[in-house]
Design a protein around this ligand. Structure first.
Ligand SMILES: *[C@@H]1O[C@H](CO)[C@@H](O)[C@H](O)[C@H]1NC(C)=O
Length: 217
């Protein structure tokens, strides 16, 4: 009799705790990285988490961050441009080639002359959001720790989307700590060089228009 009651009580308890736990299988769906992945374009960082306290200091030094992911002619390579603001005056930016295989990616970032190696995974999340897990690798290839970054198109995030992020972070074993960044973004340093050709075309169009207008008057 007592044993039966205990079993009932235990069953009730386990089903209760199961109901309050996030459904991690549903919440954490890795994206297969191919040309159809919804990961391309410009993304603005909203929040980051970490799984080791040592990683916190590095992330806290980032005031704002944006990235742009573009496909390349090689289906196994994604091109990345990144721009991090470290202070009001200091911006760091660079490019990297991300090699992908299935759901994992690998990239080498050259920051201030040092190369740092990263493995990445992307997960399905809110629409117009990019959830990226970044594993920083030590020189022996072992993990130094992981970051979880949530990027959005505008840099803004709905409170309900933040709640989902917290649950996803918990599922993936991140600490319940967050670093929110500003949207005071670094300028795109490529604009001065790579779009020079486009500017010339625009200038030519404007010149042509300016020539036409006096004739109309
Ligand atoms: C990326 O790959 C392209 C093509 O192989 C190469 O020209 C470029 O220098 C690479 N960029 C970086 C940052 O490694």
């Amino acid at each position: 009799m007592m044993a039966a009651q205990l079993v009932v009580a235990l069953l009730a308890f386990t089903s209760l705790s199961a109901a309050s736990e996030p459904d991690c299988k549903e919440l954490v769906r890795p994206l297969v990285l191919d040309s159809h992945s919804p990961i391309y374009g410009k993304w603005i960082l909203h929040v980051g988490s970490w799984d080791k306290h040592d990683l916190k200091t590095d992330l806290k030094s980032v005031h704002s961050s944006w990235v742009e992911l573009s496909p390349t002619s090689d289906s196994g390579v994604i091109s990345l441009y990144w721009a991090d603001r470290l202070s009001e005056e200091k911006c760091l930016q660079g490019t990297a080639n991300i090699t992908i295989s299935g759901i994992t990616s690998h990239a080498a970032f050259i920051i201030n002359g040092h190369t740092s190696y990263h493995d990445g995974k992307y997960y399905g999340t809110c629409s117009d959001c990019l959830l990226s897990e970044d594993t920083t690798l030590l020189s022996d290839g072992k993990s130094k720790g992981r970051y979880l970054f949530l990027f959005t198109r505008t840099g803004a995030l709905e409170p309900s989307e933040m709640e989902t992020f917290k649950k996803q972070a918990e599922c993936l074993g991140f600490l319940p700590e967050h670093h929110f960044v500003s949207t005071d973004l670094c300028p795109d340093d490529r604009e001065s060089t790579t779009t020079a050709a486009e500017k010339t075309e625009e200038d030519q169009a404007e010149e042509a228009q300016a020539e036409e207008q006096p004739a109309e008057n």
